[in-house]
Design a protein around this ligand. Sequence first.
Ligand code: ADP
Ligand code: MG
Length: 314
Amino acid sequence: MTSEFEIIEYYFKKKIKHTVLGIGDDGAIVNIQKNHQLVISSDMLIENIHFLKNTNPFHLGWKSLAVNLSDIAAMGGKPKWATLSISLPKISHLWLRKFSGGFFKCANQFGIDLIGGDTSRGPLSISVTIMGEIKNNHTLLRSNAKINDDIWITGQLGLASMGLASLQRKLKLPPLLKTKCINTLEVPTPRVSLGSHLSRYTNSCIDISDGLIQDLNHILKASKVGAVLMLNDIPCEKFIHTSKQYQFVLNGGDDYELLFTAPKKNRSYIKKIAKKTNTAANIIGIITHKKDLKILNTQGKSVPFHIMGFDHFA
Ligand code: ADP
Ligand code: MG
């Protein structure tokens, strides 16, 4: 099996569940439900830029879809269809088996049909486009945060960037924590279920992929508001507090948690949805009318910070 077409047939053409026409023609066809809109997003993963050489291909397959699912979750959508464009330096069946295994593990878990893509020879690079549905007027935007909104965050921040730093031998972690961090880096959990239930109670939302401060700033700019964060309320490992390495929490990338803002009166609803969808969600601050970002310590003192979130061209 050495041709492009055999590879597509064998590794990528799997059973589809909610698609009119999938892989095999010049295009794919899907139906979308009445009173729904299509939400679309793309993300690339390029070797040595988004992942280290020799990353476990199963994890890479999972992550290439998971990071896209995270974007649909942040829009409040229900992801349904994906395309996969991949360039490979050579055909390795071991690599392809693991990669597609990880990709479809994620696809099956979240109910995604792979409906097309492209396959080419070239430096290892993976590009996924994800499509999903959102009920009309249920979209979660960056631009709708309101003054006095609570700022919520799912899960825990900093694990993925600690994992990367430890793989790069820039950070020494206890063995158990190291495993947890690398696993979070390579096999992130997109908050799809929570995201698709938030729209009734939430004003704005973004997924944290380039660091908390940088991504929160996108909401602040788009909504023309400011924010105060309580440093000690940000859920993270004890290691962060004892080592005072808050840069992983504030500026670390690859978290794929959701940050959303919501009126105080919706706290109990949001807690209920979080519980129902088995997602940790905590309040870490408040939206203010003063158009800047402050981070306070337990004494209520402002702590200095830098915006060092990830920017490919910075
Ligand atoms: P075209 O000649 O129009 O570029 P291709 O021969 O590249 O079409 O692809 C044949 C079919 O396989 C198309 O349906 C395409 O969407 C699909 N396909 C190609 N590569 C992939 C891939 N990596 N994953 C999923 N589907 C793919
Ligand atoms: Mg093609």
